[in-house]
Design a protein around this ligand. Structure first.
Ligand SMILES: NC(=O)c1ccc[n+]([C@@H]2O[C@H](COP(=O)([O-])OP(=O)(O)OC[C@H]3O[C@@H](n4cnc5c(N)ncnc54)[C@H](OP(=O)(O)O)[C@@H]3O)[C@@H](O)[C@H]2O)c1
Length: 248
């Protein structure tokens, strides 16, 4: 009898950190379910890595239920990566819809996917949940109120889940990246304004890239089942703290 391959779900697999993580987990031997809204991208990725594409908006309960159906009864790893920032106005000028969207994807979406896939993760006997938080979930910065509030949410949901599942065969972990230069994150945040997006990384000679985060995630989820990396904060060397970035 052949051993069934280990399986992983990566949400937000259509770009950036999620796509790199799907590739890293496939290279580590996982069959990866690549979930995101942009079907063409996840289909191309799934074909490249021998995985399965599942179109899924994590904020939709129906779409998440369909993802759980596609995965079936057993799952080894869930990477809740879908997320993002929208806008950068100070609280005094905040856009309520942008704030709702950030809470929806970074907190409620993460909860919905976790709730739907938890039975399959437990059924594996050694499941792992890896939530992609942010250093924005540790600090505050001007203009970041909606995103920092949402990513603080990601962090406390992770902690809550770890407490609630303390006697169950599943690990609950968070990675909190600092500045990562991905193609779309800042562009989405500033509504397609390339100049503003480029300014975020201007002069940073060696920012982190998606593959650096994917490498760390792959390491975290492939530790032995009794080893829980509660949280891992990861920044480029040039970013000593959120407000202290070395630019040349
Ligand atoms: N880049 C950074 O500096 C940085 C730092 C710390 C943390 N992070 C976090 O890392 C994660 C990935 O960021 P990234 O830099 O790789 O950004 P990105 O390239 O913009 O990726 C975001 C991903 O989330 C997916 N997504 C967005 N809304 C979704 C929804 N409703 N349902 C399903 N998928 C959804 C997007 O795919 P579709 O549009 O196809 O659905 C995309 O694949 C996010 O959680 C972000 O907050 C990023």
């Amino acid at each position: 009898m052949t051993t069934p391959s280990r399986t992983a779900v990566v949400t937000g697999a259509s770009s950036g950190i999620g796509a790199a993580t799907a590739r890293a987990l496939a290279a580590a031997g996982f069959h990866v379910y690549c979930a995101a809204r942009r079907r063409d991208r996840i289909e191309a990725l799934a074909a490249e890595i021998g995985g399965t594409a599942v179109e899924c908006d994590v904020t939709s309960e129906d779409a998440v239920a369909a993802l759980a159906d596609a995965v079936g009864e057993r799952l080894d790893v869930l990477v809740n990566n879908a997320g993002g920032a929208f806008g950068g106005a100070p609280v005094a000028q905040a856009d309520s819809d942008e704030w709702r969207r950030m809470y929806e994807v970074n907190v409620i979406g993460l909860m919905q996917v976790t709730r739907a896939l938890l039975p399959a993760l437990l059924a594996s006997g050694a499941g792992a949940i890896l939530n992609v938080g942010s250093t924005a979930g540790r600090i505050a910065y001007e203009g970041g109120g909606g995103y920092t509030a949402a990513k603080h949410g990601t962090q406390v949901v992770t902690e809550t889940l770890r407490l609630e599942l303390f006697d169950q065969p599943v690990r609950v972990m968070e990675i909190a990246p600092g500045m990562v230069k991905t193609d779309e994150f800042a562009l989405v945040r500033f509504d397609g304004d390339q100049e503003k997006a480029d300014a975020v990384y201007a002069g940073v000679a060696e920012p982190l890239v998606a593959e650096d985060i994917a490498d760390a995630i792959a390491w975290m989820v492939t530790r032995p089942p009794h080893v829980n990396i509660d949280e891992l904060v990861i920044r480029p060397r040039a970013q000593a703290a959120q407000h202290k970035v070395h630019r040349v």
